[in-house]
Ligand binder design. Structure first.
Ligand code: GTB
Length: 217
């Protein structure tokens, strides 16, 4: 049975692969699993049919037979556990790769998202600049720590894993900020992820959705 995921009908990032369906698409491509995509509008995400799948009315979701999942990290973990290619076979290495998945989502992504939200929603507040400085410091602290740990390695712990897949998508949310580029090894790490054929296919597929939606008007 081919799984179905949900994705934005018209992504606010204009198809730059920053929405969280990108990480799920990339995981499917890495393991060679076909999938279908159901596009949803912002309105549909808040309607009962979608809320049955996702309690918070968001994308992505995953449906396969009688299994429904939400949370991009849980979906990527499910794919990685069901197919070879995203988690090492050795039990300890597998556990470490899963630690990196959590690190990407629980330790590195939150300050990045907080900074992004601050920039979008608090621009007109009198305390914006002061808070932004604090949010930038938090992001920079995580990048510096991650850069130190990555060092000269290609990936975070041995072979490419679901931990790298999530970390690269998280770091991509800083695209355009110039922050990742301050750490040449992190910039090269993101570029290595983006150069993977599976990433390229996933990116092209989600961009095609945006291009089609834009040409319809
Ligand atoms: N923790 C959840 C997960 O990992 O799956 C978070 C899911 C989530 O934030 N989904 C967002 C969503 O559905 C899309 S990805 N938002 C609609 C809503 O909450 O009503 C976040 C996102 C959106 C847009 C951009 N962008 O345009 O750059 C980047 C990231």
């Amino acid at each position: 049975m081919i799984p179905t995921i949900t994705s934005f009908e018209k992504s606010p990032d204009r198809g730059q692969g920053l929405a969280r369906d990108m990480r799920v698409r990339w995981a499917f491509e890495e393991v060679g699993q076909q999938y279908d995509v159901r596009l949803v509008s912002f309105q549909q995400m808040k309607e009962p049919a979608h809320l049955d799948l996702h309690p918070f009315g968001q994308i992505p979701t995953y449906e396969e037979g009688d299994l429904t999942l939400f949370e991009s990290g849980a979906i990527v973990l499910h794919i990685a556990q069901r197919h070879a290619g995203l988690l090492p076979k050795d039990a300890n290495a597998r556990a470490r790769a899963i630690s990196w998945m959590f690190a990407a989502l629980n330790t590195v992504e939150p300050p990045i998202v907080e900074r992004e939200m601050g920039m979008y929603f608090d621009r007109d507040k009198r305390w914006h600049q002061e808070r932004l400085a604090m949010l930038n410091d938090r992001v920079r602290a995580r990048l510096s720590e991650l850069s130190r740990r990555l060092g000269d390695n290609d990936w975070l712990d041995g072979e490419f894993s679901a931990g790298d897949l999530l970390m690269v998508t998280v770091l991509r949310r800083l695209d355009g900020s110039g922050e990742v580029e301050k750490y040449p090894n992190l910039a090269a790490y993101v570029a290595r992820g983006e150069a993977r054929p599976a990433y390229q296919r996933a990116f092209a597929d989600q961009l095609a959705v945006f291009t089609a939606a834009t040409s319809k008007g």
